[in-house]
Ligand binder design. Structure first.
Ligand code: SF4
Ligand code: MG
Length: 328
């Protein structure tokens, strides 16, 4: 999947060149029924754009999105509407994503009305009350407005809305980033329970690895629109090959203080470069502690370093976090 956005750059108001941002650059992965694919990276790395391309809210520049084997870009309007019924979104900001003028009952019923499921109002209300109960809200509060709820409760409303049509895939775009840490765990547990119950697949987008580790079956790490590493969660945590994954993982706290003491923190210099002028060769070379001359020249291919474990680095080697801990 590739997605480019045109940008016009110029000096003193005079346009002189047309460039494009490669928001998503050759990214490919599978999401399986009832499983979670965690997509991780700093802001602006193309995670949300990937999610929007999957939903066909934005058209990819090239590449295909297959939903149950069907090319989303070749679907008719009718097929797209039907597909959207099976794909829902949960957004980062529970404050902004709920209409303040609608009661939570109206918010959760909306997808049912749009897709003309359960046309009988009484039956619909009964179902919405059940849904509110399932996500841990009081069904008696069905006529209250979003501002009467806390952030965590509002995210539960967003989850109830996403589950109303029993979708096959939910794109969770940083659903807990705006919440307090104590509330984050509750919302993640709820998502986990609902997945077990309904067999829903998740694309779970997050900016750090600590959030996705308990919920993901497979994890992809993105940087400046590129997939740097991708593996099942256990392999990624035990044997990270890519220096970028290694640095992200070194920032994840470990509950055992003895293990934590042996972990070397890898701090990256600077911020990610602008995607408009993405670095040549390996796009991570300006911040990589292992970069050498070849890295600025040649873009590393995403290659299979272990069965099912892919990494885009010329010098991919497993586990330096643990190796460096031996030195200590
Ligand atoms: Fe670092 Fe070079 Fe590997 Fe890129 S290819 S991650 S710059 S060592
Ligand atoms: Mg985003």
């Amino acid at each position: 999947l590739c997605k480019e956005f045109p940008v016009e750059s110029g000096v003193f108001g005079k346009r002189f060149s047309k460039k494009s941002v490669h928001a998503v650059n050759d990214v490919s992965f599978d999401i399986y029924e009832g499983e979670t694919f965690g997509l991780v990276g700093e802001s602006g790395c193309g995670k949300s754009t990937t999610g929007r391309c999957i939903m066909h809210l934005t058209r990819p520049t090239s590449g295909t999105v297959l939903f149950e084997g069907k090319d989303v870009s070749k679907m008719s309007k009718k097929e797209l509407k039907e597909m959207r019924r099976h794909m829902q979104f949960i957004f980062q900001d529970p404050y902004a994503s709920l209409n303040p003028r609608m009661t939570i009952g109206e918010i959760v019923s909306e997808p049912l009305i749009i897709h003309n499921v359960m046309p009988d109002a009484k039956e619909r209300e009964k179902y919405v009350r059940e849904l509110l109960d399932v996500v841990g809200l009081n069904p008696e509060h069905i006529n209250r407005y979003p501002h009467e709820f806390s952030g965590g409760q509002r995210q539960r409303v967003g989850i109830a809305r996403a589950f109303a049509l029993k979708p096959k895939l939910i794109i969770c775009d940083e659903p807990v980033s705006a919440l307090d840490v104590s509330i984050q765990a509750q919302v993640l547990n709820l998502l986990n329970d609902l997945q077990k119950e309904y067999g829903t697949a998740y694309l779970f987008i997050a900016h750090d690895l600590s959030v996705v580790q308990h919920i993901s079956d497979n994890i992809g790490v993105m940087y400046l629109g590129n997939m740097m590493e991708y593996a099942d969660w256990k392999a990624l945590y035990d044997r990270p090959y890519h220096p970028y994954t290694q640095s992200l993982l070194s920032a994840v706290p470990v509950p055992d203080p003895d293990v934590q003491a042996t972990r070397k923190r890898i701090v990256l210099a600077g911020d990610p470069p602008s995607p408009i002028d993405a670095p040549s060769g390996c796009c991570f070379h300006t911040r990589c502690p292992m970069a050498c001359e070849k890295c600025s020249r040649e873009r590393p291919e995403l290659r299979e370093v272990e069965p099912g474990h892919f990494c885009a680095c010329h010098f991919a080697a497993p586990n330096p976090i643990k190796e460096s801990s031996i030195e200590l």
